[in-house]
Design a protein around this ligand. Sequence first.
Ligand code: PGA
Ligand code: ZN
Length: 393
Amino acid sequence: MPSIESISARKILNSRGGWTIEVTMRGGGKEVIASIPEGESKGSHEAHYVPVGKAIQNITEVIEPILKGRDPENQGDIDKTLLELDGTTNKSKLGANAILSVSIAASRLAAEIKGVPLWKHLRDIYGKGEGTNAPRLYINCTEGGVHAGTQLDFQEYLVIPKSRSVKEAIQIGKEMYRLIREYVKTNVGPSAVNVGDEGGFTPNFKNNLEPLKVFQKVAKALAVQGLVDFGIDAAANNVRVSAKKLLPIYKEAKEKYNLFFLEDPFKEEDFSHFEKLHEMFGNDIVVCGDDLTTTNIERMKRAHEKGSINGVIIKPNQIGSISETLEAVKLAKEWNWTVVVSHRGQDTNDDFIADLAYAVQADGIKLGGLGRGERIAKYNRLLAIETQTRPTF
Ligand code: PGA
Ligand code: ZN
């Protein structure tokens, strides 16, 4: 049985110039690396990161001696051991950053040793499903909130092609992205085409629904109205508008722009307003939890009991291990929630989540705009998976 022979970690930069960690794992004649992202607008129920230096020390002094000799193919055993070593409910001892980077590295090493693509190995662990659908792309074309520092209160405005082929969806998405760029350059000014943390443009619109109006115009100009949906991630923890005033804005977004997806429309403890909104729209809109649920099954159960949402964001680093991430996906699917795997505001070139989204046949994936390297790395990985799995597309 091939086993883990060594684990080392070092500091690398993330996309916002902060430090994060990269883990190198060796075993069975193979060597793999994994690095992890960090949120910019984090939910307060996310698993805890420890300072990078401390995470590296925890990996080399605590984790490596215990995991050496273990079988990387047994993800359940690896993650269980990591969780036991940590012993806290929020991973504050070893750090979710230390635990997740090792958890991901182990899955990559196992895939290398088995000689299969990472998504295939993840699907084996997940133990369900055989589909070949690509996740729908939730492409960030305008940013506001804490990702941009403009007057827009909401954090992300998304163009969501309907196609379940990555190539086709990117073709439509890139035309939309290009023409939105032209539109804001001409109508708002040259600096409007600067991009925010996730690669969306940052026009200083004063009206929070103006980006959707632009998207609608651009879709019409390209004659792709029937081929795309629109979404918003309000990231309402950072929005100063009251819940009472937000409700009619969301209603207007649905009526005027046929809004399809609405993430974190209210603050992370406001399960009741989520419920009210979900009740108001039924299943006409995906009302999605992110900071509300933090990929944490306890929070998800609460949202489910209350009927607060019908969609959920899945971010491995919110919970801190692969096994727990897959458990959250399984539960969401049991409840027929729309599952959207997501990157983070401060990311790296690691493309793990592309394989994850394909493995679990997620409904969607949020990878940012089509204009920053750490985002493009993941889009390109999805293209590679499609080439492997559906060569005729
Ligand atoms: P974050 O934001 O990664 O910066 O927290 C992304 C999101 O809210 O979806
Ligand atoms: Zn969000």
